[in-house]
Design a protein around this ligand. Structure first.
Ligand SMILES: Cc1cc2nc3c(=O)[nH]c(=O)nc-3n(C[C@H](O)[C@H](O)[C@H](O)COP(=O)(O)O)c2cc1C
Length: 149
């Protein structure tokens, strides 16, 4: 089965998880790179605002076409109870191309369910979801087996 892991990460937590999932599943990996600056304090405020308004932003061109994969794992940090705007942009750009998806998200503590609902609305129903706190990812305190099986 051909699989792809696509993710956005502002501060490398979701990235760390995405790389683990890609390693364990032998997937290609696509990092969504934002052309909008979300770094620093101003970037943080912009990120929250863009997430709340579900803004479609400018992202760098992609390496992989999700339509060519049997399974696409899509990962995001939770921003204000929503998916990060680069991920929403990715879903919008690839509308109609997803068949089997699984979602994963990292957050300080909460907002996973609303994030996954929003992502589902923009793509298809996920076969599985994985919610991990920033702390769990940092401490490698999780088990991927049931998510990737
Ligand atoms: C703009 C913004 C909004 C956030 N909103 C939430 C939130 O609603 N709930 C939460 O638990 N964490 C929230 N966080 C924390 C991140 O989800 C968390 O730190 C995540 O693991 C960061 O992943 P990353 O390093 O891949 O960007 C927010 C972070 C940012 C930058």
């Amino acid at each position: 089965m051909k699989s792809l892991v696509t993710y956005y990460s502002r501060s490398n937590i979701t990235k760390k998880l995405a790389e683990k999932i890609a390693g364990k599943t032998n997937s290609d990996i696509e990092e969504i790179i934002s052309n909008v600056k979300y770094e620093g304090k101003i970037g943080y405020a912009r990120a929250g605002k863009d997430a709340m308004t579900e803004k479609i932003i400018d992202i760098k061109s992609l390496k992989f076409d999700p339509a060519e994969y049997d399974m696409v794992y899509i990962g995001t940090p939770v921003w204000a109870g929503k998916a990060a705007s680069p991920v929403i942009t990715y879903l919008k750009m690839n509308e109609g191309k997803f068949t089997n998806v699984k979602f994963f998200a990292t957050a300080g503590s909460s907002g996973f369910e609303s994030t996954f609902k929003q992502m589902e609305k923009k793509s298809v129903k996920p076969l599985k979801t994985l919610s991990l706190t920033t702390k769990q990812v940092k401490n490698d305190d999780y088990d991927l087996d049931s998510f990737i099986e």
